[in-house]
Design a protein. Sequence first.
Length: 102
Amino acid sequence: MNKRYYHKLDLLKGDKHVIMGNHDLPKHTNELLKHVKTVCGMYQKSGYILTHCPIHESQFDIFKGNIHGHLHENEIPDTRYINVCCEQIGYTPILLSDIIGE
């Protein structure tokens, strides 16, 4: 995301945790933190791991599933991978609880 749009994150309700991706610039982290709760490389919640790129399948002995982005329109034919790229979710934010059923 281009840093000139970070202020738009303030329009979203709830706690926002940004998982850095391959196009994010670490030098913009301090500015981003003015608008979100955390910026990280991965985030764990309720047995799931949230990442930008999908994790290796060997990690599923640790995690129930991998909520990820990066693949855009592409899917991995394994239900443990949950692709939440904007192309997959209709460019609309969704609640983590709706994804993992909490």
